[in-house]
Design a protein around this ligand. Sequence first.
Ligand code: ADP
Ligand code: MG
Length: 702
Amino acid sequence: MPETSPAVEKPLSAPQKALRKMGLLRSVDLSLHLPYRYEDETRIVKLRDVRDGDVAQIEGEVRRCDVAYRPRRQLQVVLDDGSDTCTLRFFNFYPNMKKMLEAGQRVRVRGEVRGGFMGRTMMHPSVSVAGAPLSEALTPVYPSAASLPQAYLRKAVQGGLERALREGAFSETLPADMQPRGIWPLAQALRFLHHPPPDTPLATLEDRSHPAWCRLKAEELLAQQLSQMRAKRERDALRAPVLPVAGGGVLLGLRAALPFELTGAQVRVGQEIAADLASQVPMHRLLQGDVGSGKTVVAALAAAQAMDAGWQCALMAPTEILAEQHFRKLVQWIEPVLPPGCRVAWLTGSQKKKERQLMNEAIADGSALLVVGTHAVIQQDVQFNRLGLAIIDEQHRFGVEQRLTLRRKTQQAGQADGVQEPHMLMMSATPIPRTLAMAHYADLDVSTLDELPPGRTPVVTRLIADSRRAELVQRISAQIEQGRQVYWVCPLIEESEALDLTNATETHRQLSEALNADPKKPVLVGLLHSRMPVAEKKAVMDLFTRGDMAVLVSTTVIEVGVDVPNASLMVIEHAERFGLSQLHQLRGRVGRGAAASACVLMYATGEVGRLSETARERLRAMVDTADGFEIARRDLEIRGPGEFLGARQSGAAMLRFADLQTDVQWLEWARRVAPQMLDRHPQLAETHLHRWLGSRHDYLKA
Ligand code: ADP
Ligand code: MG
């Protein structure tokens, strides 16, 4: 297989296509495609020594070979290896198999041995002639695809590995003084993992604790740290506008207009950001804070600092409802204190063309000092006059590409003053566990709001079975009587939006009916789901925000940033289907005012009438703790990192070999070594990066 495509393209075979689809193009990539288990074809064992369930290879003589018809048509073969006998069963068989397995033949078979009352059996073992030479190494089994037979893949990997080794693709990149003691050379580790010698304890390969695995994990984590730190250094060399902490009119006006005192955490984090903005090194900061910790104000203060220096600021949120909430709040706080002729602009996909045009003009001529919106902000037709600060709310909802596009809006403006980059502030309500932040956000500075504004009443969380709906309705009525509002969140059914909808519509109908039993006291129950037109969503949200709607039934967990302090009860149906961090974010919608608040996690009792033990334990974490970090940590344990990194995080950033739960020591090592390597051995760092990321970049672009 040539490395580069030949001049005349031949159509690819199915296995070749599968290889390409799996990103297995370069010999390096093939070599790094590692087995997930092994088969032992290095020895023949005696039936007597085989335990129930073992996969074994045995040789013996066929005693009988018959076609049986009960319970269904099958070939039944009795094999005797001198120590015991075993019945082989084949449901699909060819005439030549009958021949190969005739009585008196000696054969080698391999498969899982089951010991039953009727004696040992093997279903569909693989069959070959007895006496053939045995393998010298354990046989690797690779992750594969349906159209890619194991034998083909094995050959491709073997070929790739040999080529890569011959070409020196796995030469040592770790300088001698940076190598951890006892670490294996990479070439040796790879050779070993593809063909472990027969005496290798399989457990150390399977749990990846073997030194050969350690080398791969260390390599991978190092590549990841190198790439992030290199990106950071490249960015640091660019120029962002200097936004002094002068305390100009907008900032002072905003401070005066805030209806509350900042929390200690908001003050501290605000200072960290203010200092970043005052430097010409582009800020690249993640502001993380639990739901309700007050990130919006911090963002507004940063925006004010930018505007006071005469620069524009953009705030992008993942949904219209969120964007609009920000917009309303910021208009209220900021517009009165802006210099004359300046305004806050608003951009969304659903906007009328005319309005959009007006906004775009104001953005282009610079009179829109602050621009709030959805993805619309990064569209081509939006041209900033001088973008100095870009803020992204719920940043994990955006992909790498979208963040980049926003950054480029500064360059596109063809800035005077030699400014190349805006400052970036990314916000997230999902606290990222420490190891994950270390691994995947190594190029980010992180600020944490670790304190909630005062006056919040803790939310009481309860688990109840969904058979107790009637009680719930009473409870909801009681809340409404006291003038409070209620959220009712319906389950997300990932496979089918249509099902979501039916479920939510039905719940909405039932609740409306149950709550409107007394015609003299009408109760407005609203419905919000993902398929509704934006305008309708907005209308519903408006009613709820203004307090004119008592109950909001919703499937859209998307709008988790909404802020309605008067809502004091949240019911989450089928809570067992949500991730813990999601539940935590949802729960953060209540308990924002002074009233005692509650969150009811309703679980389906299902056919057996109870929740599985693990599901219950998971939900119990929600009852036990209100600490977003603790919940995030448990979620990481249970669900892996996908939830935090976002679905659209580029594949290049994901780890294949290292596991952040178990490999913290290697992560710490990589973090220590990466900067030294960039400083002292840039060439080796480059080689290392290319080996690990080379084709994945091309692959992602394709
Ligand atoms: P989140 O961090 O989840 O985005 P928000 O910025 O929406 O939180 O703030 C949640 C609520 O708390 C808002 O109603 C906001 O006005 C209020 N808030 C923010 N900071 C304070 C504070 N220091 N004191 C009192 N209330 C605050
Ligand atoms: Mg928010």
